[in-house]
Write a protein that binds this ligand. Structure first.
Ligand code: G3P
Length: 274
């Protein structure tokens, strides 16, 4: 079954997703945490980050919560990953350390393999990891080989990238076809990847071929059709913003059906259970 994680660091959103009974985990990242912190600052609320994260972990008890490192060297990520795990895993035993697949900022940097080294070290220390910022199946393969528990391909950002590279207007939440798009008879792609959900599918295939235990956590999903296609692809997990989870239940004909059935209610039938 495809698991649904809530992609948010906002405790209210996380509580809501768990209250609906559909959340199987939480993913956070530095940008999501900033958004949650800024929202509270704007409201004039004081925030103790440690207490706040503890609360997230407690709400999600029994399901994984990814906390991302901010260091960018292997030694730094290992140290920070171990410290985060030590500080927070005791709360509800559900912490996964999120490590970027490649923490370099440009080609000439020397830190390209530091993410892999960090994943390997954390996995040796029995600390589960979620390898993030995956944009190719070969990155997923290396992360899986290093022992990542999850690999997170960023579907929506692939679609953004293909659109930008081909001068197509970027509407972040608009559906981009799984099979890709053509322009002037040319199939648009990023090095053989036709869309974000195509990337997810290819990550699933490459790991499945070699029976890796690593699970594919489809990330950067911004509409319900992407979720559907992740389900078709066999992705283990889809992490979703709250609005996408909400949108998954909506359909005009469902509302129409409800109106019709409600109009036809036989009072004696209702009375049976009163
Ligand atoms: O889980 C990754 C996600 O938060 C990134 O999403 O929409 O910023 O590409 P997005």
């Amino acid at each position: 079954m495809v698991k649904i994680f809530i992609d948010s660091a906002d405790i209210d959103e996380i509580k809501q997703a768990y209250a609906w009974g559909i959340a199987d985990g939480v993913t956070t990242n530095p940008s999501l945490l900033k958004k949650a912190v800024d929202k509270r600052k704007k409201k004039g609320q004081k925030l103790n980050l440690k207490t706040y994260i503890n609360e997230i972990l407690k709400v999600a008890k029994g399901t994984p919560v990814s906390l991302e490192v901010t260091e960018t060297t292997a030694a730094g990520m290992i140290k920070q990953g171990k410290a985060l795990y030590k500080m927070f895993n005791k709360v509800a035993k559900n912490v996964y350390i999120k490590i970027p697949i490649n923490p370099a900022f440009k080609n000439s940097d020397s830190t390209h393999f530091d993410g892999i080294i960090a994943i390997k070290a954390l996995s040796k220390a029995k600390i589960p990891t979620n390898c993030t910022l995956i944009f190719t199946p070969e990155q997923a393969l290396l992360a899986a080989k290093a022992g990542a528990s999850f690999v997170s391909p960023f579907a929506g950002r692939v679609d953004d990238f293909i659109r930008v590279n081909n001068k197509i207007k970027v509407d972040k939440t608009a559906y981009y076809p799984s099979i890709g798009m053509t322009k002037s008879k040319k199939v648009l792609e990023d090095n053989g990847i036709y869309s974000g959900t195509d990337l997810v599918w290819r990550c699933v295939q490459i790991l499945r071929n070699y029976n890796f235990k690593t699970q594919v956590l489809a990330a950067s999903l911004r509409n319900t059709r992407q979720v559907r296609e992740c389900g078709f692809s066999g992705a283990h997990i889809a992490t979703l913003p709250l609005f996408v989870i909400q949108d998954m239940l909506k359909h005009q004909k469902t509302y129409e059906g409800m109106k019709g059935f409600t109009k036809d209610i036989v009072p004696a039938y209702v009375a049976l259970t009163k």
